[in-house]
Every structure is written in structure tokens, then in C-alpha cells.
Design a protein around this ligand. Structure first.
Ligand SMILES: Cc1ncc(COP(=O)(O)O)c(CNOCC(=O)O)c1O
Length: 420
């Protein structure tokens, strides 16, 4: 066929970090600290809820309400009304999606037009920029910067927004700003004053805030997660993105949601009903049961939302100690699943000719997979093409893994370090 096949909207966004590196990790049977998914099962109560749904009669095997299974949207509204301090309408203010990915896609497709600018804070979860481009928008990039006078052990809190630089990115063409807190890959948790700074500018310039909060329950050392939608004047202009996969360690179920005022959500629903239309009924029922349980035990030791961060806290410190012991410089995350580490101290002969034109961190990660059998993710993948070169000396480790997996990774790193 001689005619051009692909649509203009997908030009330049065909490469995907997850497709490339997950395949490489599988091909080399590497210990996988790469893609962000637990290598353990969801908690029993939600597995049992899924089994009960599957054996709960025909209706859980058939279509349910397009914008979200009634049991799920009702408990999501009830649960998060208590968090944001306002009444959330389950039928108007929530769209259940195929993971947070689809909630993000519906948001950009529904709200961004040709010529609209979207402010994205770097480093960012890689799909934001391609999704803005597919919607016809333009990205306006803003870097988190390492603040002056950081201590010897870096924390994600050391990366901050410049108030002046942030303000300078807002223009009459700015339609939205995307924030992700806790942040992937850095693990930064935006503090109240930073969120107020963003909120003030959104209100001043009449801009939508898209707040990706999929790691909302995973904060450490007493760090508090604040929902920007709960700040004065922000509910009306914020789309909050959530993920049952990250909330209940069930990434394969692909249940997520967008939450916000009905006058915005109605447009996301238009995209949803003209694309995916519907999410898995049984999985939604199981997530609804999970949230009802968590509603009943919220804030107590029995809550999974308390237990998981406690469980991951130890893993996070153990990984940081291991990385430091082999000459890497970890950045301790305030939240999330991931820890980045500076690899600039390591002199490795990256002789593989097949990767010579790739960024240094890509080449290093491929070498680590192929030669040492350990999978991680290059952090320049979380930067725009325009800024990739400035951030090629970090790699990302995922620590939401069984202790045996972390031990296997440590053994590889220590053997390598001893042999240098
Ligand atoms: C910030 C963020 N938003 C959204 C999502 C997607 O969430 P869901 O799985 O619910 O679609 C993810 C999942 N990331 O997983 C890939 C990785 O970083 O290793 C995410 O990190």
C-alpha cells in the first residue's frame, strides 16, 4: 500500500519505555526492579471479594453501568468525600476507567484542544507528553530543581519548584497543569505550600489541574499526602486520578478512576462512552468491597492503607543501604514505589555497539540487564526529548517487591561491586 497509513497525531510517540524494557528483562530473565508492579498478591480480603464476585451470579459477568459500577462509584464517593471534605456525587463526579492510564487519556482527550498548552513538571510519568500531543496540545515543560545546600544523602524533598519559573509558564494559552504526587520516578510528595502556589496560579489564570495521585497511600517518615482538590477554590477545576492497581497491589486488574466536578467529568465521560465504554464488572465489584472495608477500618492498624506503606518502608531503607554500599547515590523517596540513584560514580565499559547512540542511562540499564541480570529503568525516560540529555546519570529501582527479590538484586550488586 503506497499511501501514508498512520495518523499524524501518533507521529514521534511510537517508542514506549515499558514495552522495551519489560521485554528485555523477560528475554534475559533478569531480577526485575524495573516496571512498577508488586511481585506479591493483593490482600486476601480483596482476592476473596473478586472470587465472590465471580461466583455471585450472572450480573457480575455482564455489562454494568458505563461510567462505573454503582457499588464502586458509591463507595468511592463516600470514601473520598471524607478525605476532601465535601460531598462527592457518585453519579456525576466519578468516572471509573481501565486503570489510571485510561482516566488520564480521557482527561487529555476531553479537555485539550489544538493550540492549548499543558504545563508538565519534569520528571514526569512518561505517558503525559504523548497523551497531550495525541490530543493536539502543546507541552510547556517545567523542571523540578535540586535546591541549594542539600545534605550528603539526597531526598526527593530536595527537588523543588521555582516559584518564579512556575509562574512564568502560565500564559493565556495554558489550559492545564499536570502534577503527580507522590511523584514517579522521584518519589517527591508535594507539600501544602507548594500545592497552594500551584493552586493560586490555576485560579488566577483559570487553568485546570490534573492531579495524578495513584500512589496516594504510599508515603513514608510521617510525610503527609495532600489532595490539591481539597484546597480552597480547587475542587471546581481539578481532575484527580486514582488507581486501584496501586491502591490494592492489583495492577493487573486495571481499575482506575477520574474524580472531579460534574461539569468537567461529563466531558471525560463523552470520551469514555465513545472509546472503551465500560470496565470489568467483577473487578469493579471487588474494588468496591475493598474500599468499603477500608472505609470501615480507616486510620486503624487494620487498614491496608496503613499496612502497605509500613511494609514498603523497610524495603525502601534496605534498598537505599544496599545502593550506598555499592557506590550508588540513592535519592530517598518521600513516597511511591520507586527510588532513583545516581550512577555517575560507576565507570562501566558500555561497549555494546547496538546502544551507542542512546542516552547513557539507557545504555547502562541495558548493560545491567544483559551482563548482570538486574532490570531497572533509565530516568531520562521520564524527561521530554528536549531535556533528556540533562538527566542521564540516574536509574530507577522499584522496591515494591518480595524480600527474596530485593535480596537477589542486592546479591547481584554486591558481587559486581566486589569484583570491580
Ligand atoms: C504516576 C502514574 N500514573 C499512572 C499510572 C498507571 O496506573 P494504572 O496501572 O492504574 O493504569 C502509573 C503506573 N506506573 O507504572 C509503570 C511504572 O512507572 O513502572 C503511574 O506511575
Amino acid at each position: 500500500m503506497s499511501r501514508k497509513l498512520h495518523a499524524r497525531r501518533i507521529e514521534g510517540i511510537d517508542k514506549n519505555i515499558w514495552v522495551e524494557f519489560s521485554q528485555l528483562a523477560a528475554d534475559y530473565k533478569a531480577v526485575n526492579l524495573g516496571q512498577g508492579f508488586p511481585d506479591f498478591s493483593p490482600p486476601h480480603f480483596i482476592q476473596e471479594a473478586f472470587c465472590k464476585a465471580l461466583n455471585g451470579g450472572f450480573s457480575k459477568h455482564q455489562y454494568t453501568r458505563a461510567f462505573g459500577h454503582p457499588n464502586l462509584v458509591k463507595i468511592l464517593a463516600k470514601f473520598f468525600s471524607r478525605i476532601v471534605g465535601r460531598e462527592i456525587d457518585p453519579m456525576e463526579d466519578i468516572l471509573v476507567s481501565v486503570g489510571a492510564y485510561q482516566a488520564l487519556f480521557c482527561t487529555f482527550q476531553a479537555l485539550i484542544d489544538e493550540g492549548d498548552e499543558v504545563i508538565i513538571v519534569e520528571p514526569f510519568f512518561d505517558c503525559y507528553q504523548p497523551m497531550v500531543m495525541m490530543a493536539g496540545g502543546t507541552t510547556c515543560l517545567l523542571d523540578l530543581r535540586l535546591k541549594e545546600g542539600c545534605g550528603p544523602v539526597l531526598s526527593s524533598a530536595d527537588w523543588v519548584l521555582s516559584p518564579e519559573e512556575l509562574a512564568s509558564k502560565f500564559s493565556p494559552r495554558t489550559k492545564a497543569i499536570v502534577i503527580n504526587t507522590p511523584n514517579n520516578p522521584l518519589g517527591k510528595v508535594y507539600q501544602q505550600e507548594e500545592l497552594h502556589m500551584i493552586a493560586d496560579l490555576c485560579i488566577k489564570h483559570d487553568v485546570i489541574c490534573i492531579s495524578d495521585e495513584v500512589y496516594e497511600w504510599l508515603t513514608y517518615d510521617g510525610t503527609k499526602h495532600v489532595k490539591i482538590a481539597s484546597l480552597p477554590g480547587m475542587w471546581e477545576r481539578t481532575v484527580t486520578i486514582g488507581s486501584a492497581g496501586k491502591t490494592f497491589s492489583a495492577t493487573g486488574w486495571k481499575v482506575g478512576w477520574a474524580m472531579g466536578p460534574g461539569h468537567i467529568l461529563k466531558h471525560l465521560k463523552t470520551v469514555h462512552q465513545n472509546s472503551v465504554y465500560h470496565c470489568a464488572t467483577a473487578a469493579q465489584e471487588a474494588v468496591a468491597v475493598g474500599f468499603q472495608r477500608e472505609y470501615d477500618v480507616f486510620g486503624t492498624e487494620g487498614s491496608y492503607f496503613q499496612q502497605l506503606p509500613k511494609h514498603l518502608h523497610e524495603k525502601r531503607l534496605r534498598l537505599a543501604d544496599c545502593l550506598k554500599s555499592v557506590g550508588l547515590k540513592p535519592v530517598l523517596p518521600q513516597g511511591g514505589y520507586f527510588m532513583i540513584a545516581d550512577i555517575s560514580n560507576l565507570n562501566v565499559d558500555l561497549a555494546d555497539p547496538s546502544t551507542k547512540d542512546e542516552p547513557y542511562d539507557y545504555r547502562f540499564v541495558k548493560w545491567l540487564i544483559k551482563e548482570k541480570g538486574l532490570a531497572t529503568i533509565p530516568v531520562s525516560a521520564f524527561f521530554s526529548p528536549e531535556h533528556k540529555d540533562e538527566f542521564q546519570k540516574y536509574i530507577r529501582f522499584c522496591f515494591v517487591k518480595e524480600d527474596s527479590t530485593l535480596q537477589a538484586a542486592e546479591d547481584i550488586l554486591r558481587q559486581w561491586s566486589d569484583s570491580k
